[in-house]
Design a protein around this ligand. Structure first.
Ligand code: PLP
Length: 402
């Protein structure tokens, strides 16, 4: 357990916060990293005499607390919350901020699982939604129904088409309507993009991806901005309009929390996020430029290329362009062929790990949105560019496309 007066890392840089915030050496033993508190309950010093507030591990666990504090510091938010998966985090957040009859605005190329949650779980509970192109601010404004729209959901860059939308401009639209602005920051990570500083109320992560970073743990997180409120008119379960208080209540009440070992692995990943992202970005840019010059490639989609419609916005809003690259090869058959032929890029779903992955969104990650407004082109190939030697990555794609 950490001391009751931990060092304040607020003014430290990103990598320092990711390595130290919430992670002061263990007071009892001096252990340099937070131990795995694989425990469900805690001895009380007399009834109600809790040590450090710990009572039962659904409510709080020291390993999870370390991760939650580190995530909050990474995003510069007031409070962080760690969950069993990204979708568990999203589900908890939506239950905290929506009621039957409410409406959401969602991206028309949102992560397929997020869209399925909104359309097929929250839909039957009386929440409807409008899917819009978030790069079109007039369309976003038109989709917001004042008084009924309680959540505006942003993903930028999007998956798999890497659309870039203007967080600050959408924050102004959501704020004027009294709606909560949620940003799924999974692709950019807090190292490259800080949505709370741009006006978002809450950031969502699938920590399974870049934050975990090693394809060995599933997890999710919410980080709430200091002072963020529930949608106008909604009173939270604790009687206050404070968004973080409502999320805290729901995290404990429905209990989809991260276990201690998962929290520990995720925190281990977070510590190296800055250096990994630098390499992901450099490798992805080199791969994108190689593909751009390849005759078998019809289109390369990467926010770091001047040909990308959101390039200038991304350059303003992000400090790097990320590790995801998508490209089109003209036909479904050719796309499947490329996916079958790579050797360094592994054919697999998910993203954000140190190893490079390749996939066909139409039949893999985005199969669940076929026939919906979120359907993706069937000649699209998506790469999660890892941190291997870039020459090996380029050579592998070269032989797969030959
Ligand atoms: C993977 C992912 C999710 C869902 O997270 P899980 O950890 O798989 O539940 C949400 N949003 C984005 C952008 C993702 O890539």
């Amino acid at each position: 357990m950490t001391s009751s007066t931990p060092h304040d890392w607020t003014d430290a840089g990103f990598a320092t916060r990711a390595i130290h915030a919430g992670q002061d050496p263990d007071v009892a033993t001096g252990a340099v990293v937070p131990p795995i508190y694989q425990v469900s309950t805690y001895k009380q010093d007399g009834v109600g005499g809790l040590r450090g507030g710990y009572e039962y591990s659904r409510s709080a666990n020291p390993t999870r607390t370390a991760l939650e504090e580190a995530l909050a510091a990474a995003e510069r938010g007031a409070r962080g919350f760690a969950f069993a998966s990204g979708l568990a985090a999203e589900d908890t957040l939506l239950r905290a901020v929506l009621r039957p009859g409410d409406h959401m605005v969602v991206p028309d190329d949102a992560y397929g699982g997020s869209y399925r949650l909104v359309a097929r779980v929250f839909g039957p509970w009386g929440v409807d939604h409008t899917a819009v192109d978030l790069t079109d601010l007039d369309a976003v404004a038109a989709a917001i129904e004042p008084g009924r729209t309680k959540v505006v959901w942003v993903e930028t860059p999007t998956n798999p088409l890497l659309g870039v939308s203007d967080i600050a401009a959408i924050a102004a639209l959501a704020g004027a309507a009294g709606a909560v602005l949620v940003v799924d920051n999974t692709f950019a990570t807090p190292y490259l993009q800080q949505p709370l500083a741009l006006g978002a109320d809450v950031v969502v992560h699938s920590t399974t991806k870049y934050i975990g970073g090693h394809s060995d743990v599933v997890g999710g997180a919410l980080v709430v901005r200091d002072g963020a409120q529930l949608p106008v008119g909604l009173e939270g379960p604790t009687g206050s309009a404070d968004l973080a208080a409502a999320v805290a209540f729901h995290q404990n009440a429905s209990g989809a929390v991260a276990g201690p070992f998962d929290a520990w692995l995720t925190l281990r990943g977070l510590r190296t996020l800055a250096v990994r992202m630098d390499r992901h970005c450099a490798n992805a840019e080199a791969v994108a430029r190689f593909l751009e010059g390849h005759p078998a490639v019809h289109q390369v989609i990467y926010p770091g290329l001047a040909s990308h419609a959101g390039h200038e916005l991304a350059a303003r809003q992000m400090s790097g362009f990320g590790g995801m690259v998508s490209f089109r090869v003209g036909s479904r058959e050719q796309a499947l062929e490329v996916c079958a032929r790579t050797r360094v890029f592994t054919l697999a779903e998910s993203l954000g790990g140190v190893e490079s992955l390749i996939e066909h969104p139409g039949q893999m990650t985005h199969a669940s949105v076929a026939g919906s407004p979120l359907e993706v082109p069937d000649d699209l190939v998506r790469l999660s560019v890892g941190i291997e030697d870039v020459a090996d990555l380029v050579a592998d794609l070269g032989q797969a496309l030959a």
